[in-house]
Design a protein around this ligand. Sequence first.
Ligand SMILES: NC(=O)c1ccc[n+]([C@@H]2O[C@H](COP(=O)([O-])OP(=O)(O)OC[C@H]3O[C@@H](n4cnc5c(N)ncnc54)[C@H](OP(=O)(O)O)[C@@H]3O)[C@@H](O)[C@H]2O)c1
Length: 319
Amino acid sequence: MNDPQDFSFSRRRVLQAGMAAGVAATLGSSLATAASAPAKPGVLMRAIPSTGEKIPAVGVGTNAYGVTSAEELAELRKVLQAMPGLGGSLIDTAQAYGSSEEVIGKLLADLGNRDKFFLATKTPLAGDISGGAAVLDRSFRRLQVSRIDLLQIHNVYGLDELMPHFLDYKAAGKIRYIGISTSVDRQYEQMQAALAKHKFDFMQIDYSIGDRSAADTLLPMAQDKGIAVINNVPFGGRGRSYFPRVAGKALPDFAKDFDATTWAQFFLKYNLSHPAITAAIPGTTTLAYLEDNQAAGRGRMPDAGQRRKMEEFWDSLPA
Ligand SMILES: NC(=O)c1ccc[n+]([C@@H]2O[C@H](COP(=O)([O-])OP(=O)(O)OC[C@H]3O[C@@H](n4cnc5c(N)ncnc54)[C@H](OP(=O)(O)O)[C@@H]3O)[C@@H](O)[C@H]2O)c1
């Protein structure tokens, strides 16, 4: 039988096997990526379908890393210093996130731990992209790296203009994987067209307990086509996250059955237990959040029945 966490197998077979089997943990398997240290025991790993390489299933999102104050930078340094030790490796950033790429580049250079990370970034979200390869080079310069693990087209912008350069850079070994992102349902048709037109290793999309529409559209497509999925805005998104809605509320009793001890873990375990999801990237700006979010990649995951209970519970909460 397939490794239950090897999500390269087809949607039909996932359904046949049942989600409970689909989410049984493969823990501490070996990590083939040159970008990462060996997996920590107990850390949930997921395979990238195009190569079989496994990466830890909880990463960090960095759209709030474009900070300048010494205090905030010191906290981000703690996050990037501690992350490999906690078993995490995926950092997602973008040219559009202010100075986030520069901040990450400088912190990793200072810490000397770039090789412990699977580094993902994105080409511009808007503006002039006529510079071709020079547009991509900006990320290498800002991140202070000679190789980027995953380069993504941001929100489908510039797809046809930039794809030839993505392919050149992949052939030259400057980027290891090619991806494309969105975080809004109104772009799903464009995403589907892009995924049909070009070969992508990754798609990055929004999916969460409060916004499940990708489960009917892009997630099955990812499984059918063998594309890895990075799950952005797993808590609903910065500025509109789900935490205020559950503030002061106790976790439902059944959360203990899949080892969720905080709301962040409850939300992330919902995302990670969908068989199409390769990794989730919660926006993580403090060491305390990092510890909490990384813990979601350990222990039991909800099975199909528990996922239904989570949805019912969520849907019953006052808006
Ligand atoms: N189109 C795209 O490609 C696209 C679009 C959007 C996002 N993204 C990516 O997805 C990542 C995640 O999205 P996001 O950061 O907007 O939203 P998110 O991960 O859904 O939520 C972030 C919010 O959750 C809070 N938080 C994080 N960990 C927590 C914890 N353990 N306990 C309590 N609160 C916690 C943060 O608090 P604080 O406010 O205190 O930091 C922040 O307000 C981004 O950073 C970015 O890398 C990609």
